[in-house]
Design a protein around this ligand. Structure first.
Ligand code: PLP
Length: 386
């Protein structure tokens, strides 16, 4: 379906709400039925009916339709955070004794979900260097239920070959999941490569205004129903109608925001490469990126993140560089309108990830919607102090 159609019209039955252009926030916990028969019928299709807002809500339902269409899947669920989307998807497909294979450097709380939380319930796991599919195959056991991907990850942008991973998983009857937050549905549609479940932190690009925390799970009707009747309803992974309406508003501008952030980030990455005070620029679309061919094959854009490794002698130098930046806020997260930095110097090691090879000279930049010159001159001036 055409993206303009999805973002402007899909799911919006305006005649149902006074022909309002912008959909209302249906801020209600529950819905009335005329007869017991009507309620009984609705309960047979709770995932689509409007019975109780923990399950479904008309404002949230519009968002579900748009997100499913953007990811080219049959259905989607929206959750109260990206992390609850990850946990809810994984927990719906494992039981005690089952095994999960996960990429080696996933989002920190995904790592914790497997290594420090689900392990308490008897779920086994292996983290593998999934840049090489053979490494995945070596870890497959009869009890392996999920292959969990994150391509690219969000500091060094390691990729997995999605077609190869899915072919391997299919051969062994293993379900594939991916955290697709980095690309958004605009720059990568994992369903095209055969991935079963696609997860986003909607906190990032999808909402895009740094004012909502939310998550998304996309997949086939069958898989989404399994998650709905499993973790979604029992753990209450709900998003509020109000937050859903803010994400609907954010989505209207997703293409122009992505284009702007992507273009500025790539231009900065190219022009910073080779600078005397920079050891390394990491961005998936740079020819120097080790998996650049795969990035170009799978992704339509590199996104707004780039990582710089400074040519710095001491930690104090890194701190001075950072304090010299005027236009980048020091903050976690990314995907909003504002440019950010996340220096690895703040971590003793990446939370929960043993021997993560992240050197203190690494700084992750998120490039927001400001001008190229405004941002670039700031970095170039700060580099002078090194
Ligand atoms: C932020 C993030 C998450 C977690 O999302 P929340 O909305 O913060 O819960 C998961 N994966 C990636 C790649 C992220 O960047």
């Amino acid at each position: 379906m055409d993206i303009n159609e999805i973002l402007t019209h899909l799911g919006e039955n305006r005649e149902e709400y006074y022909n309002a252009v912008s959909p209302p926030v249906i801020q209600t916990s529950n819905f009335v039925f005329n007869t017991t028969g009507d309620l009984r019928k609705a309960l047979q299709n709770e995932i689509n009916a409007h019975i109780y807002t923990r399950g479904n809500n008309p404002t949230v339902a519009i968002l579900r339709k748009k997100l499913a269409a953007l990811e080219k899947t049959e259905d989607a669920l929206v959750t109260g955070s990206g992390s609850s989307a990850v946990a809810g998807a994984v927990m719906s497909f494992v039981a005690a004794g089952d095994h999960v294979i996960c990429v080696q450097k996933p989002y920190a709380w995904t790592y914790k979900l497997l290594a420090a939380y689900l392990s308490n319930f008897g779920v086994e796991y292996d983290f593998v260097d999934a840049r090489n599919v053979d490494e995945i195959e070596k870890k497959i056991k009869p009890t392996t239920k999920i292959l969990y991907l994150e391509s690219p990850n969000s500091l060094t942008f390691e990729l997995q070959d999605l077609s190869a991973c899915c072919a391997l998983a299919k051969k062994h009857g293993i379900i594939t999941m991916i955290d697709n937050s980095h690309c958004s549905p605009l720059y990568q549609n994992p369903a095209d490569f055969g991935v079963d479940i696609i997860i986003h932190s909607a906190t990032k690009y999808l909402n895009g205004h740094s004012d909502v925390v939310a998550g998304v799970i996309c997949g086939s009707k069958q898989h989404i129903e399994k998650i709905f009747h499993g973790s979604y309803m029992t753990l209450g992974l709900i998003i509020s109608p109000h937050d859903a309406s803010l994400i609907l508003r954010g989505l209207r501008t997703l293409p122009i925001r992505m284009e702007r952030s992507n273009e500025t980030a790539f231009r900065m990455a190219k022009n910073l490469e080779g600078h005397a005070k920079i050891k390394q620029v990491i961005h998936p679309m740079l020819p120097s990126f080790p998996q650049n061919d795969l990035a170009k094959k799978q992704m339509k854009g590199g996104g707004g993140l780039l990582t710089l490794q400074l040519q710095a002698e001491t930690k104090e130098d890194v701190e001075r560089f950072i304090s010299h930046l005027k236009h980048f806020l020091i903050a976690v997260s990314w995907g909003g309108y504002e440019s950010l930095i996340m220096p690895s110097i703040v971590f003793h090691d990446i939370p929960g990830i043993p021997d993560s090879p992240i050197h203190w000279t690494f700084i992750r930049f998120y490039i927001g919607l400001e001008d190229y010159d405004f941002l670039m001159s700031d970095i170039l001036e700060a580099l002078e102090i090194l």
